[in-house]
Design a protein around this ligand. Structure first.
Ligand SMILES: Nc1ncnc2c1ncn2[C@@H]1O[C@H](COP(=O)(O)OP(=O)(O)OP(=O)(O)O)[C@@H](O)[C@H]1O
Ligand SMILES: Nc1ncnc2c1ncn2[C@@H]1O[C@H](COP(=O)(O)OP(=O)(O)OP(=O)(O)O)[C@@H](O)[C@H]1O
Ligand SMILES: [Mg+2]
Ligand SMILES: [Mg+2]
Lengths: 165, 165, 165, 165
């Protein structure tokens, strides 16, 4: 319905602007209805301006900038409409070290509100997580699972030893 | 509503019965390329009712059944079971624990079970309609999917807003 | 035939005249998200004659001209100059050093120069026809492009084979 | 022409099979003409079988397996039809540690035959390269370049200090 859509749109927009600025440590963004007079048919334009730059086509953004922008939008939806469970598959792959750190700060915060799982090859992401599922192929072609509770000391980065649960 | 565990048997590389428990907070799923991490994502989407084999990287429905390895024969059936804690009544069903089972055989025959009782696919998808975990939802982001939020046409983006509204 | 250097001025984020030398062996290009690494790839493709703005992540031809930043005004022109060592005569032209220049202005006017002499785009693309660096060649792989070799239809893959043949 | 195409196809196939097995440390692969009686209209099917697994749809392969398979094919073309220059933009992003090592072994080998540039965020890839171009944004929105010759000792991993050229 028109009213519900506009309410949701406004809430997502505000959350998106806040989260974008957190992930980019600056910059600004906007969501704009292509047909504001027609909320049931309108499209939604995304204007993203990383810190220090001018707003341009999303297509001109770098791989990492696009990943971070999409992440801000996703988390904006999760803010407005929480899900009990979030599963992200290698979304940290294009991010540099500084952006991974800001991404993980946001992931840690959201993981206090719901169940959060990330598939990753990134050591920083692994260190941010108190629980690990290790997937291996002891028999070729057949997956096996080992789960770990990472000792609290190693989350501070002192050791990578894990406790098999 | 919380996810409690995911059990896979004969699903893609999870030839042997395997169980994954969902804890609170942040879990990292780690392991070498091709070990089966994204297959876990596929298993979750499949048990929640995904009907399009392409969304699970396959051509046919039976592509999710363990196809064998160098040392093992193919299996005849794939089964995934998802157990959820429904103590808060989020799911519109009179059970505090909800178990969803989906099976497929080489013939293509499929079974769906809700707490052990045979049901139809739409009984399962109906359960998740307003939870943020339904079709087109934003709580599961597959490998290389993050970017498509941005590359979608402005009109296509409204789907995400409608899901949140 | 060897690449010697790439000079960019007003090309995307390379507002100031910048030079990149191509050495023998292996060079890593590193830096934060959004710093301009992939823009270097775009500059090389552009000076070699890429005409489709979408292949350079833009909408219009003028999208490659520096559009300004928070602190700087947009520029009126973009220029890229590529210097090649042609001592082995790989390029069908009577020069041991070949310099290709391409410019575009805000009006859309474009200039191409071959060793300082005005020429047409097809004079440039003709030079590279059989070098493995021509259109559809496999020597430059953009970000997120590697996968499309596999996702192409079987019929589309023959283009790569024809380029190599 | 028919003869040249078939010759090229056979040569690429043999190189692809060799390079695939090197990158995967085992396994096998094949290239198959969809219409062998019609080389000028045929498509090319790719059959990839990672070690220990059975050959399946390419679509079912993991992100890292697809990246490695595409890399083997690309390098097969470079073997049959060398290019003076190769530029790869973040192709190592989906690879795990062991696969990055095998990828780099092949990159080092190919970089003795031609000019080779890789854009990367991966520390292992950076360590494999004797020359670095660092791209930065001292002025917001404007790229600047710093080039380094990495001292020989640090290629063995003793130090990350670089010599600015
Ligand atoms: N039905 C099936 N039977 C057997 N193996 C299968 C089946 N379906 C897919 N596979 C295999 O699963 C593997 C891919 O697993 P998956 O995508 O989960 O890997 P991953 O751990 O996510 O790796 P990456 O880190 O590279 O993304 C492939 O090798 C594929 O051949
Ligand atoms: N004409 C232009 N004028 C000014 N800035 C531009 C122009 N075209 C593109 N940009 C900017 O260039 C940046 C992208 O640069 P690039 O893609 O080279 O980054 P990158 O170093 O490859 O990053 P990543 O590691 O994330 O892939 C974007 O912020 C974009 O806005
Ligand atoms: Mg994966
Ligand atoms: Mg880039």
């Amino acid at each position: 319905t028109r009213g519900v859509f506009m309410e949701t749109f406004e809430a997502v927009k505000i959350a998106f602007q806040t989260l974008f600025t957190q992930l980019f440590n600056g910059g600004k963004t906007d969501l704009i209805l292509t047909r504001p007079e027609d909320p049931l048919e309108t499209g939604i334009d995304i204007i993203a301006q990383p810190p220090g730059k001018r707003a341009q086509n999303l297509s001109l953004l770098s791989g990492g900038e696009r990943a971070l922008t999409a992440t801000a939008l996703l988390f904006a939806f999760l803010t407005v409409r929480p899900s009990p469970f979030v599963l992200l598959d290698e979304v940290d792959a294009p991010l540099d070290g500084a952006n991974v750190e800001r991404f993980l700060r946001m992931v840690r915060e959201f993981s206090t509100r719901c169940q959060f799982m990330v598939i990753t090859h990134n050591p920083a992401t692994m260190e941010a997580a108190p629980y690990w599922y290790g997937i291996a192929m002891k028999d070729p072609g057949v997956s096996s699972v080992l789960s770990y509770r990472v000792p609290a000391s190693s989350i501070e980065g002192t050791t990578e030893e894990a406790v098999v649960m | 509503m919380q996810l409690k565990k995911l059990q896979m048997s004969g699903f893609k590389t999870f030839a042997d019965r395997t169980e994954i428990e969902f804890g609170d907070g942040l879990t990292a799923i780690v392991g070498p390329n091709g070990s089966g991490k994204s297959n876990i994502v596929d298993a979750l989407l499949w048990v929640l009712g995904e009907q399009n084999p392409r969304m699970l990287r396959g051509d046919t429905a039976q592509d999710v059944i363990f196809a064998g390895s160098q040392k093992r024969k193919p299996l005849g059936m794939s089964e995934v079971k998802l157990t959820l804690d429904n103590a808060d009544g989020t799911l519109p069903i009179q059970f505090t624990e909800v178990v969803i089972t989906r099976r497929i055989y080489r013939s293509g025959d499929t079974q769906y079970l809700l707490n052990g009782a045979a049901c139809r696919l739409k009984d399962i998808t109906a359960l998740f309609m307003d939870t943020g975990m339904g079709r087109g939802a934003y709580s599961v982001v597959g490998q290389n999917e993050m970017d498509s939020v941005l590359s979608a046409k402005p009109e296509d983006r409204r789907e995400l807003f409608e899901e949140a509204a």
